[in-house]
Write a protein that binds this ligand. Sequence first.
Ligand SMILES: Nc1ncnc2c1ncn2[C@@H]1O[C@H](COP(=O)(O)OP(=O)(O)OP(=O)(O)O)[C@@H](O)[C@H]1O
Length: 361
Amino acid sequence: MAPTTPDGPAPAPDGTPALSVEELSKRFGSGGDAVRAVDDVSFSVERGSVVGLLGPNGAGKTTLIKSVLGTVIPDEGTVRVLGRDAADGRRATYANVDAMLEGARNDYWRLTVRENLRYFATVGGVAPDSVADRHDRLLDRLDLAEKADTPVRELSRGMKQKMSLASVLAGGAKLVFLDEPTLGLDVEGSRTLRRELRRLAEEDDLTVVVSSHDMRVIEDVCDRVIVMSAGAVVADDSVERLLGAVDDYRVRVASEELSPATIDDLRGRFDVVDADAGADPPTVEVRTDGDAAYDLFDALRAADVTLDRVDTVEPSLEDVFVRLTGAGAGGTSGSEPGDEDGAPGTGRRRATVVGDDGGAR
Ligand SMILES: Nc1ncnc2c1ncn2[C@@H]1O[C@H](COP(=O)(O)OP(=O)(O)OP(=O)(O)O)[C@@H](O)[C@H]1O
């Protein structure tokens, strides 16, 4: 048992992880029909960090989250929240944890925004007056201050979404799980929320575990990503290192002068992964490391092809995810066609290195 003080549990010593999961397993059903939803999972999450939890449908994410929240009782393993074994003191443990599942939370639509925050603070065991400043700050940061005295039912969908997040944070939980936090938000709303999540983690010592199929959310806000597949953790690393592990860089060139014969010739000499001689202008995409890219430019120059456009195509988190889990696009929604900062419909990241004038940059 954790030591207690007259005011309740002693604060966790510095360096204690916000969450520590050890050898956690949960099975549903029995015999041949049994499903190992979570299978011997271990990891810990540092305080003040934002961690992404990814996995295709059925990977075990929800079961894992619910095991931490205490709504699913694991078969084996331990969960510690701020050093406290969840099985030892459920009330004290769960005062520190809260969650928004499936992009929403049951806010009280007849109550105003501020009344909801006060209500959820009370439910979290906190006197609402003692956290009034925190509520003001949350409302400010999430652009809800003007709506503080508006009943929730009168808010737009995006604002209701932000309200859900504010109410999860209203009670002062130190560890929060957010499942699809940007669902229903427009581009600007999603950007605000991503920025504020990072700020809350950095300034308020909040630890966040985010589960989302939107890889931009994960890339933007997470220090680290845990990827689950079939109940097990298949990767646990920083976004940067996960991206670095996928050695799949490509160059895509476009030119009016790219004839079918030239494309055929390139196929014999390079790893051409995509070509469209009928496009306007025609394009060819080559898997390449740095040297092969120069060889490609030399070959095009020798064939008297002036480039209209060159894009480098870098692996995205979506590519990493697909490679690790074998999940197709059905497992994640990824970037939608026409996304502001993704390659159309592929989830890959493109950067233009030669503009329309054909000049090298
Ligand atoms: N109450 C339950 N009874 C029986 N099987 C269950 C139950 N809850 C989950 N499962 C099974 O456990 C496995 C993991 O499910 P879980 O909901 O944890 O996955 P997930 O990663 O959250 O998926 P999604 O992204 O679709 O929400 C699945 O095969 C699911 O069918």
